[in-house]
Design a protein around this ligand. Sequence first.
Ligand code: AMP
Length: 284
Amino acid sequence: MILCKTVEELRNEIAIAKTAGKTIGLVPTMGALHEGHASLVKAANQENDVVVVSVFVNPTQFGPNEDLDSYPRTLDADCKLAEAQGADIVFAPSPKEMYPSEDMTWVEVTGDVTKVLCGRSRPIHFRGVTTVVSKLFNLAQPDRAYFGQKDAQQVQVLKRMVKDLFFNLQMRIMPIVREADGLAKSSRNTYLSAEERQAGLILSKSLKHAQELFAAGEHDPQKLVAATTAMIKAEPMADIDYVEIYQMPDLNECPNPMQGENLLALAVRFGKTRLIDNTILEVK
Ligand code: AMP
């Protein structure tokens, strides 16, 4: 496996792969890799000749009071995990390498898809994500790019960007990987105390409850939101940021009764740690 730290090094490796007619799979990450990331690398390895994993804690997607400085950075372990799952290249640039100048070009998706949910709590977040992912797409020139359904809104924003900017690649979305007790795997889970981690189980439990109500015929989005909210509020350590349902794919307001595919998404704080989780509710 090759570790590239500069744009030039990555470009050279991509040129070699392209000249040899090889297909490229890209897995963008912020590092502190876990089994959720591993599932993306594994899928990329099965479907492409060359797998590029980027490890970059992207400063432009963090707000001023967020965890940019404390975000876990574990490059050696990340390289080992990526290699074990079949990565050929790890691209781990410095912030200066990705953003050489303070004057820069932004890529921004507008509309409900970036305004609701995390877009409301983290106003500059998605502009940072779409900008850095555009740069990574231009550098790695992937045939396929791999993302996790764990970040459901990010997936919808990036799909929109790929469509609108005619990026010539396939978006591959992988299911949420969870701990045995249901907690969605996340690099931020390491921030949780033992009590917070236990309390965090309320996310997957409340989503399961909502799925059961939905399966039993409850298609009123307000009632589903109310039931999910009540369950989370009963957990004293949980501080709700949002519990909302929007219509897929562009996260527009949900009709009542619900139709087609809908996203039930949660963001909840446990102490200083903000966790997200979600499920799709589909009216067939
Ligand atoms: P991050 O390093 O948190 O930016 O995540 C990089 C990619 O891994 C994103 O596409 C995430 O959605 C995906 N990912 C993170 N956690 C999980 C998980 N538990 N299951 C599946 N994919 C995940």
